[in-house]
Design a protein around this ligand. Structure first.
Ligand code: IMP
Length: 439
């Protein structure tokens, strides 16, 4: 079996959790490679809805190994909470979870910095982060001041690193945001983290070595992306992005796995577009149509509960994702949300400064001011919700999938018509057959 990556193509929330859960039983291992508990993956299994933030969606399957790679930033409190919630839902994480000893650890000062800097930013500069401390933790990694999982297990070293970091952070906060954040007590932070480290120790290991050994033994890995291409720190709508590489290439550095090990990349793409947080969103519909999409799609953030901004499908964004991720295939999600629309507008290019643009621009101004060029496709005006057979799909819905495949120059292999695992139609004769052996 090959090793496959599943990544988001838009601004996150494309439904990767469901697609990973659907494919998971074909693999032995599911591995996360970036982000942290800013991510929110919803998986419906046996009538229960699970909200996962850090632990790969494969854990819901019960018998799969789940790896949190070194590129992920880990908040121990959030992780222990997630393990406990799964236990309460009847899922014992047990020996099925491995956390890289090289993961950077999120500390309370990271969350505090994230919140205070968002509050202090001028309206136009506010990113709308999840306030989980993700950005400041990646900052610490790049600045080489961060503390890793493996450091948590060496008590004397941990005490020294915590003292140094807490002191540094208290001074930064006092200088940049006087009186706006609590002064942290290094002793308490050290004690809290020492205790949590004890609880997490059994899961911590060299996951790069572990993945290597399992792959050599013939097992296959599904690499699970978080967020989406437009939130990638290099390739997204900078600076309105998250702080990691969300694109497929991020899995190499984020898991300690060479690019030659990856056999295929599947992009998950919504049949329309959404974005949570601030930043450019060319096809946004801040109107009744957007509100209808939000209502029909239940478009509220899994992590923060914020209403998502909604808009129409953007071919330019999709083509960009195909290119920068090297996508082999697409899974189109939330198709049923469009069931009631007479016509479905799609954006095929942008007008900017009197010119037609077909490729996603890097300039902040062009991203913010690009005017969509619309094409209107016929809706199907009937229920696709729950359809699991491509043959049963209305012709106009099939044409919509064909339109996406042709314009993005990438085959569509799955169409999702509802949150449940069964509400998915597999398209005939695609690369998925060779990946999954026709099962
Ligand atoms: P941060 O990752 O918390 O720093 O937030 C940076 C940007 O990424 C904000 O616009 C967030 O709303 C967005 N973001 C982070 N994680 C997710 C996600 O899982 N889905 C959608 N947007 C996200």
């Amino acid at each position: 079996m090959p090793n496959i990556a599943v990544v988001g193509t838009q601004w996150g929330d494309e439904g990767k959790g469901k697609i990973v859960d659907l494919l998971a039983h074909h693999f032995q291992i599911i591995a996360r490679f970036q982000g942290g508990h800013n991510a929110g993956h919803t998986v419906v299994h046996d009538g229960k809805t699970h909200f996962l933030h850090l632990i790969p969606s494969g854990m819901v399957r019960g018998n799969l190994l789940c790896v949190i790679g070194n590129g992920v930033v880990v908040d121990p409190e959030a992780l222990l909470g997630e393990i406990e919630r799964l236990r309460q839902a009847g899922i014992d994480v047990g020996d099925n979870l491995k956390i890289s000893e090289r993961c950077q650890v999120i500390f309370p000062y990271h969350g505090a910095r994230d919140s205070v800097s968002e509050d202090a930013a001028a309206d136009k500069a506010r990113i709308g982060t999840t306030r989980r401390g993700i950005g400041p933790t990646y900052e610490g990694k790049a600045a080489r001041t961060g503390i890793r999982m493996v450091d948590l297990l060496e008590s004397d070293l941990l005490r020294e690193l915590v003292e140094r970091n807490v002191d540094r952070n208290n001074r930064i906060m006092a200088c940049l945001y006087p009186g706006q954040a609590a002064v942290l007590d290094a002793k308490k932070v050290f004690e809290d983290y020492r205790v949590m480290a004890g609880k997490l120790e059994r899961y911590i290991c060299d996951t790069s070595l572990y993945l290597h050994q399992r792959m050599v033994a013939g097992e296959s890995v599904l690499f699970e992306g978080a967020q989406g291409t437009q939130l990638d720190v290099d390739h997204g709508t900078f600076p309105f992005v998250t702080s990691s590489n969300t694109v497929a290439a991020g899995l190499g550095s984020g898991c300690g796995v060479g690019p030659t090990r990856i056999n295929g990349v599947l992009g998950v793409i919504k049949a329309y577009s959404t974005r949570v947080g601030a930043g450019p969103f060319p096809t946004e519909q801040d109107n009744e149509e957007g509100a209808l999409i939000r209502e029909r799609g239940g478009e509220f953030g899994t992590t923060t509960g914020r209403p998502r901004r909604c808009g129409w499908f953007d071919v330019v964004v999709g083509r960009y994702a195909v290119r920068v991720n090297g996508l082999d295939a697409l899974a189109v999600t939330m198709l049923d949300v469009l069931d009631e629309f007479e016509e479905i507008p799609v954006c095929t290019g942008y007008q900017y400064k009197g010119k037609l643009i077909k490729e996603f621009p890097s300039s902040r101004q062009a991203q913010a001011e690009a005017e969509p060029v619309w094409e209107r496709l016929p809706g199907w005006k009937c229920r696709t919700r729950g359809i699991s057979s491509y043959a049963e799909m209305p012709q106009a819905a099939r044409d919509y999938l064909d339109f996406i495949a042709e314009n993005l120059e990438c085959q569509v292999v799955l169409a999702s018509t509802g949150p449940e695992r069964d509400s998915t139609a597999r398209l005939p004769g695609t690369v998925l057959d060779s990946w999954l052996g026709g099962n």
